[in-house]
Design a protein around this ligand. Structure first.
Ligand code: UD1
Length: 421
């Protein structure tokens, strides 16, 4: 298994370009199932999760090719199997996003239940409730969801809580249902609007994506689309923290400032200087003394749960006591004991972590547990005195394109070593 060796204490300097959003690329790749013809997607990040999604599509019978580093073409015409098997779903929960398109286009689907994951139980009850309301017959059998229908019908679906994946699955299913679907209490994340954009290019009739109410008029067929994926707001936020935690000065290019306002606000609240240069570039200067901060994660436009661990790492070296509350997932503090091994002073109290700032973190051997927890360990290591060994970095390769190469180009001392635990 690969590991990172990071020597901390070097202020990062230079320019970094943000890659395409993982959480946009995954549902958009699934939306190709609905198309009659080849779809072409640009700015797809080169990530493990993306290659897993490509495997899911190939298992169904789609042909997937690359015509350029970050451009992927999906030809869905050969799809003849309607199943996402356990081995693929267990490595990536987002495989569940083939359910909506499969049931809409082929009227049946057999998808492995995702089960628990490192950050909590993560049920899919809202996805299934919505599909049932649209006329899908849902059964559970031997760890699989079996869904079938004579034809989906538009319906009014009210989510009990905003769910990103649930909104995406229902929105994709509704594009080919008969009549009008209204989704209320929809998630408003930018990735939902990006998915709606590509579906509308294919001929879907979706209004209101990115807002709490989405209205979809079903159509009979969807054609092909060419689409450029939006930039990854979490990668942008992670590099902003990298600048602050190393007292560096980074120019972050190719971001969407309007997607990261809550992150900018919190970092400014900590004393980090963030200058916006137009709508796509940020200069982040970390030279100021860091102040403590209170953060509560919330659905978009609130502070993203996917930035919670990285912000906790930064709060570890602020001058005072910060409070970080996780409201989205019930078990998303696995980075806490690892950060404590690096000298952080953290106290977990239910859904909140109290962070008492220390001067500097210390290098240690730590274990990555999930994607964003791993990012927080890399950030902590960039600050720490001495060398940090981060094991199980395959989690990082799931969601950050070339993270080590990007950090190296900014002056970080980071090495990838293979072998070991
Ligand atoms: C997506 C993101 C993930 C991010 C999360 C929250 C992708 C591929 N992943 O995950 O990076 O952390 O949004 O912003 O886009 N829930 C239910 N029932 C359901 C569905 C969800 O109770 O049917 C709960 C979940 O357990 C969680 C909350 O709702 O507590 C939000 O989950 P959801 O928005 O669905 O997250 P994902 O789409 O899985």
């Amino acid at each position: 298994m690969n590991k990172f060796l990071i020597q901390g204490g070097i202020p990062l300097k230079g320019e970094v370009k943000i890659s395409g959003a993982k959480n946009s690329a995954l549902p958009i790749l699934c939306s190709s199932i609905l198309a009659e013809d080849k779809c072409r997607y640009l700015n797809i990040p080169n990530l493990k999760d993306v290659s897993t999604m490509i495997k899911v599509l190939e298992t169904l019978g789609a042909k997937v090719s690359k015509d350029h580093d970050n451009t992927i073409i999906v030809d869905p015409s050969g799809i003849a199997l309607y199943e996402a098997p356990y081995d693929l779903v267990k490595t990536m929960r987002a495989s569940i996003l083939v359910l909506g398109p499969l049931i809409a286009k082929y009227k049946k689907a057999r998808i492995s239940l995702p089960g628990g994951c490192a950050i909590g139980v993560r049920p899919i009850d809202q996805h299934l409730k919505g599909l049932a309301k649209m006329g899908a017959h849902i059964e559970m059998s031997h760890g699989y969801v079996l869904a079938s229908t004579k034809g989906l019908k538009g319906a009014r679906i009210v989510f009990d809580k905003p769910t990103v994946g649930g909104t995406e699955n229902i929105m994709m299913a509704a594009t080919m249902a008969e009549g009008k679907t209204i989704i209320e209490g929809a998630a408003k994340e930018p990735e939902i609007a990006d998915l709606a954009d590509v579906l509308n290019k294919m001929g879907a009739k979706i209004k209101g994506a990115g807002e709490a109410t989405i209205i979809i008029e079903g159509v009979k067929k969807l054609s092909k689309a060419t689409h450029t994926i939006i930039p990854d707001r979490i990668e942008a936020g992670t590099f902003m923290v990298a600048s602050a935690i190393t007292k560096g000065n980074l120019t972050i290019k190719g971001a969407r400032v309007d997607h990261i306002l809550s992150i900018i606000e919190k970092l400014r609240g900590m004393g980090v200087v963030v200058n916006e240069i137009g709508k796509k570039t940020l200069i982040v200067d970390g030279n100021n003394e860091l102040k403590p901060i209170d953060v509560e994660t919330a659905p978009f436009p609130g502070f993203p749960t996917d930035m919670q661990a990285q912000t906790t790492a930064l709060a570890c070296i602020a001058d005072g006591v910060s409070s970080i509350t996780e409201n989205i997932f019930e078990n998303r503090f696995m980075h806490v004991p690892e950060l404590m091994r690096m000298g952080a002073n953290l106290e977990e109290k239910g859904r909140t972590v109290l962070v008492r700032g220390v001067n500097r973190l210390q290098g240690a051997t730590v274990m990555a547990t999930d994607l964003r927890a791993s990012a927080s360990l890399v950030l902590a290591a960039l600050n720490a005195k001495g060398t940090t060994e981060i094991r199980r970095i395959y989690h990082l390769d799931r969601g950050y394109e070339n993270i080590d190469k990007k950090l190296l180009s900014l002056g970080a001392r980071i090495e990838r070593e293979s072998g070991g635990l």
